[in-house]
Design a binder for this molecule. Structure first.
Ligand code: SAM
Length: 280
């Protein structure tokens, strides 16, 4: 365990050294308000259709999704909920229309199963699946000491680890992944590349970070404060905690990082960057 860092003062670690699960419970899920945002539009659309105003279904759908999106904006839900609310009903209508016409319903089941096996945990963890760019892996590989150890917390399909292995075959790599299909793909991916990597199926909160030179996380804003507390408690002095894009809190926006590396390519809407903290 690293010696106490002044940054502990701003953390949530209690004297027993435990890391309470603060932020995941502190953030209430926006899915419920996003769903409720459809209600006013639904009531209006219902009233209009029984009034005999003769408004077509596409316009009623537009009314409901437009109001739901405006409410998501008004309630300051994360920005993507505006788009989800705008597109949810029209896409549902389109899917139902296509289903009756041409598409075999088994495809919907297959798509659902695929989504569930890769991402169903995101309902609880609020960390969806999206993938690091090759540029992120390049920066990670560059910072690893000789024969260094790196872990990717939530290793997805294993892309970053495979790229690091290619650049740094001496690296001792590990990944932990909660979604079974992602874990399997990651394991097979690294095996196919001949990488020496320990890929586990499990929960990142159960991994001790003490032995790693680099701990890499590309997660979401939700677990970051708790993860920072864990890093402060467990990581050794001199090791690097590297977060792709997400700061420790919405408030500091990454300004207390020791280094920030922009990794988004021109025109890239992700605004990806690596926030790098050297542990003391
Ligand atoms: C944004 S993806 C990043 C994937 C990969 N690290 C990359 O950079 O390409 C986050 C991954 O973390 C996984 N994940 C989320 N919460 C987790 C947890 N508590 N324990 C282990 N894996 C988790 C998700 O299943 C998802 O595959």
């Amino acid at each position: 365990m690293s010696s106490p860092d002044t940054r502990l003062l701003t953390s949530n670690i209690n004297l027993s050294g435990a890391v309470p699960a603060r932020t995941e419970s502190a953030h209430t899920s926006p899915a419920l308000p996003a769903l409720l945002a459809h209600l006013p539009g639904l009531v209006c659309a219902g009233a209009l259709s029984v009034s005999g105003a003769g408004i077509g279904l596409p316009w009623l759908i537009l009314l409901v999704s437009g109001t739901a999106s405006a409410l998501a904006w008004h309630w300051r839900l994360p920005i993507w909920w505006r788009y989800i609310n705008l597109l949810f009903l029209p896409l549902l209508g389109l899917a139902l229309h296509l289903q009756s016409d041409a598409i075999n319903p088994d495809w919907y089941l297959a798509a659902f199963l695929l989504l569930a096996l890769t991402s169903i945990g995101a309902i609880r963890t609020r960390v969806p699946l999206y993938l690091s760019s090759p540029r992120a892996a390049e920066e990670l590989a560059r910072r690893l000491p000789a024969n260094g150890r790196l872990i990717d917390l939530g290793c997805g399909f294993g892309g970053p680890l495979a790229r690091i292995h290619k650049q740094r075959p001496d690296a001792r790599l590990a990944g932990i992944e909660a979604a079974p299909l992602n874990w399997l793909i990651s394991k097979l991916h690294l095996r196919a590349k001949g990488a020496r990597a320990d890929i586990r199926l499990g929960n990142l909160w159960d991994v001790n970070l003490a032995s790693y030179d680099i701990v890499y996380a590309y997660l979401s804003p939700v677990p970051m404060a708790r993860l920072w507390d864990k890093a402060l408690l467990e990581m050794k002095p001199g090791s690097l905690f590297i977060s792709n894009t997400f700061a420790i809190s919405d408030v500091d926006a990454g300004f207390d990082a020791d280094e920030i590396v922009e990794i988004a390519s021109p025109g890239d809407l992700t605004h990806a960057r690596l926030l790098i903290w050297r542990m003391r």
